[in-house]
Every structure is written in structure tokens, then in C-alpha cells.
Design a protein around this ligand. Structure first.
Ligand SMILES: Cc1ncc(COP(=O)(O)O)c(C=O)c1O
Length: 403
């Protein structure tokens, strides 16, 4: 009999994996939804408020346009930067909605989702020795993208007791000599804040003084409440040449599964990003892009109907959570997330999210997933049915107690 090796080599060994990926955690928001799905498969009635997916189906005219394109044989590779009709529709939209002038030829790249646009731009413009300022709490994928690209994320801790406001002092104190990029997301995921004019001006001033490029993630721009208005930072004086605007059709047109987004801005940056795009995605899906043209150029009333539904749910969720012991829930100004302050419960956000999943069968995202400044908070998506939200709040209150 052959002697067994004492220490059989583990396959694959840990050092087989690229160091930049080995320690990377999977997206925590997707992990919450995955946990909810596993429990549901076991027959447990979990209400999943972890994700960020509109609970509406894409409008019929958009689905029809894409289906017709597919059936007509538009099933081939297309121009890497996107079909000309979609690039033109995006440039028109940016001019009309956002007061941003870009050339549809060289100033726009269509990508499979806004996330891919952010990833490609980060890979193209960030590397070892580059610092990127990220306003914390921040969407879960910015920092991993920066780190995958070899750069360093500098988290600017916003103050929950000041409503997560961006101030010139906070920004000025955070800028390092290696800072090249400042990432801004308004309306914000997870806080639901919409940047006020003075905050936008503070960001623009710091960007100009410290020669920073701004990444403006405007994916929630159409989801606004209580008369809040979205202003694009690229439209401020002197900012067009130092801003890349990121957007997509996922949220405004209920098209998350289609994977359609874009980046727009000055050609020198876009030229570099396009190299990454052509060597990775090649192009966004051909017939999906035809659907994108229909979405951007067709009737827009659908957006208002969704926002009205989310507005109603936003109020119901905030009112419900404010009646729960230890929670304080401001009304979101934009996007579709409630971000209640749970510090009075005395639990960490992880402990609380765990407790709610186990005892209330409600899946929420712990605030820490969005950075240190999010600790003590929870994120709940209200882009789901009224009944489910009502039941979720009821269950949360029954576990934590009513105030
Ligand atoms: C802040 C923010 N940016 C970008 C994205 C990317 O969206 P998509 O890749 O579906 O366009 C999301 C999605 O949740 C988001 O919340």
C-alpha cells in the first residue's frame, strides 16, 4: 500500500488566486438577497428588503422594441461604444435633462449596466499611487472597484448627526497629495440624500482647487421626492471638463435585468475607457440597446407612476419604523431606500440585521456594508409591494418592540 502524503497539497493553493481578489468580499447587498433566497428555498417566509431592484416590469413599448429588433436579426456585435441611435439619445437626454454637452461620437460609451461603466472607468483611470475620495456611507461597489484597480480609497466620513451633509471642511481635510478622483452619488444609495446646491458647489470648488476629476454617479436622478431637484455636477461652471457622468436605465426604466448603462464626458478620458470596454465587454447587447433607445425617447410618464408608488411606500415605511423602539427613520429625499438610524438599540448594524433575519424573517442590509459612517444604521429597500412592506415593518416592530 502506498503511504499517504502527510500534507496533501491543497488545490488550488491560496496563493493561486490573484492577491487583489483573494481578500475581496462579495457584494454584501447581493449576499443579503442570496441568504434570503436560501431561507426561502427552505420554506421560510422571508421578506427581502436587501436589494435595489424596482418592483415594476419594464414598460411594454421598451420590451416590444427590443423583441422586434431581436426578431429582425439584430443579434450581432455592434459598435463597441454603442449603437449610434442610443449614443445620440443619451447625448440628447444629457443636454435636455442635465445641461451637459457631450459629443455622441467619442463622448459616450454604452455599457452592460452602470456598474460596468464605473468599473471600466476605474480600471482605466485608477492605479497604484492614485487615491480616490469616496463619501462614506457609499454604495458597496466603489471601494472594491478602486482596490481591484490597485488604487486607494480615501473614505470621507460624513456625519449622521449632520444628516450626512458634505462640507468643504470634511472634503478639504480628506484630500491627499495623491488624490485624483472624487466620487459623488446623488440621489444617494444608501442614505437617500439629494445633494443640496451648496454641497454641490463645495464639491466643485474642492475639485477645481485640488485638480480632481469627479465621477458623478447619477443612476437615481429620476427618483426624487418632496420637490427635491437633481442637479448634475458636470453642468456647474468649469466642471464639464473634469467630470465623468455615470448613469443607466436600470432604476428609472425598471430595466435592471437588461444590463444597460453608460458613461459620458470629455473625450480624452472616454478614449482610455473605451480601450478597457472593447477588451472586456466588447459592446452592450445589441437588441437591448434598441430597447434603450425606446426607453429614452419614448413616453416618460411611467417614471412618475413608479415614483408616486415609491413615495407612498417611503412615507409608510418611515412612519412605521419611527414607531419602532430604537429606530429613527428620516424621509428619503431620493432613490428608494430607507436608512433608519438604529444606534439607540445598542446593537451593531450586523447584529441587528442578523437578528431581524433570524427572528423577524426580514432581510435588510447592515449600514456597515456601506462603510464606517453607515454603522448603526440599516438599509431597507422600499421598491417592493405595499403589503410586503407593511408586513415587514410589523415584524420588525414585533421583534424590537414598539416605541
Ligand atoms: C449607486 C449605484 N450606482 C450604480 C449602480 C449600478 O446599477 P446598474 O449596473 O444596474 O446600472 C447601482 C445599483 O444598485 C447603485 O445603487
Amino acid at each position: 500500500m502506498q503511504p499517504q502524503p502527510q500534507n496533501p497539497t491543497q488545490h488550488p493553493p491560496a496563493d493561486f488566486f490573484a492577491a487583489r481578489v483573494r481578500d475581496l468580499a462579495p457584494s454584501p447587498t447581493l449576499a443579503v438577497s442570496d441568504r434570503a433566497r436560501v431561507l426561502r428555498a427552505k420554506g421560510i417566509d422571508v421578506i427581502d428588503l436587501g436589494g435595489g431592484d424596482p418592483d415594476f416590469i419594464t414598460p411594454e413599448h421598451v420590451r416590444r422594441a427590443a423583441a422586434e429588433a431581436m426578431n429582425a436579426g439584430e443579434t450581432h456585435y455592434v459598435s463597441s461604444a454603442g449603437i449610434p441611435a442610443l449614443r445620440r439619445a443619451i447625448a440628447d437626454k444629457l443636454r435636455l435633462d442635465n445641461r451637459i454637452e457631450v459629443d455622441s461620437n467619442g463622448g459616450v460609451i454604452v455599457t452592460p449596466g452602470g456598474k460596468q461603466a464605473l468599473f471600466e472607468a476605474t480600471l482605466a483611470l485608477v492605479g497604484p499611487g492614485t487615491d480616490v475620495l469616496v463619501l462614506d456611507p457609499a454604495w458597496v461597489s466603489y471601494v472594491p472597484m478602486i482596490e481591484l484597480a490597485g488604487g486607494r480609497a480615501i473614505r470621507v466620513q460624513l456625519d449622521p448627526d449632520d444628516g450626512f451633509r458634505v462640507t468643504p471642511d470634511l472634503l478639504g481635510a480628506a484630500v491627499t497629495p495623491q488624490s485624483r478622483i472624487l466620487l459623488v452619488n446623488s440621489p444617494n444609495n444608501p442614505t437617500g440624500r439629494v445633494l443640496a446646491e451648496d454641497e454641490l458647489h463645495a464639491i466643485a470648488a474642492v475639485a477645481q482647487e485640488r485638480d480632481l476629476l469627479v465621477f458623478a454617479d447619477e443612476i437615481y436622478e429620476k427618483i426624487l421626492f418632496d420637490g427635491h431637484r437633481h442637479a448634475s455636477i458636470a453642468a456647474l461652471p468649469g466642471m464639464a471638463e473634469r467630470t465623468l457622468t455615470f448613469n443607466g436605465l436600470s432604476k428609472a426604466y425598471a430595466m435592471t435585468g437588461w444590463r444597460l448603462g453608460y458613461v459620458a464626458g470629455p473625450k480624452p478620458y472616454l478614449g482610455q475607457i473605451e480601450k478597457v470596454h472593447s477588451h472586456s465587454a466588447t459592446c452592450a447587447t445589441s437588441f437591448v440597446q434598441v430597447g434603450g433607445v425606446a426607453a429614452l425617447t419614448g413616453p416618460q410618464e411611467f417614471i412618475g407612476e413608479m415614483v408616486d408608488a415609491w413615495d407612498r411606500r417611503r412615507r409608510a415605511v418611515a412612519a412605521g419604523l419611527n414607531a419602532v423602539k430604537g429606530l429613527r427613520c428620516p424621509l428619503a429625499e431620493g432613490a428608494f431606500y430607507a436608512f433608519p438610524d438604529a444606534r439607540e438599540t445598542g446593537m451593531t448594524s450586523m447584529e441587528l440585521a442578523d437578528l431581524l433575519l433570524r427572528e423577524a424573517q426580514v432581510a435588510v442590509t447592515p449600514g456597515l456594508a456601506f462603510g464606517e459612517a453607515g454603522e448603526g444604521h440599516l438599509r431597507l429597500s422600499f421598491a417592493t409591494g405595499d403589503d410586503l412592506l407593511e408586513r415587514a415593518v410589523e415584524r420588525i416592530g414585533n421583534v424590537l418592540g414598539w416605541a
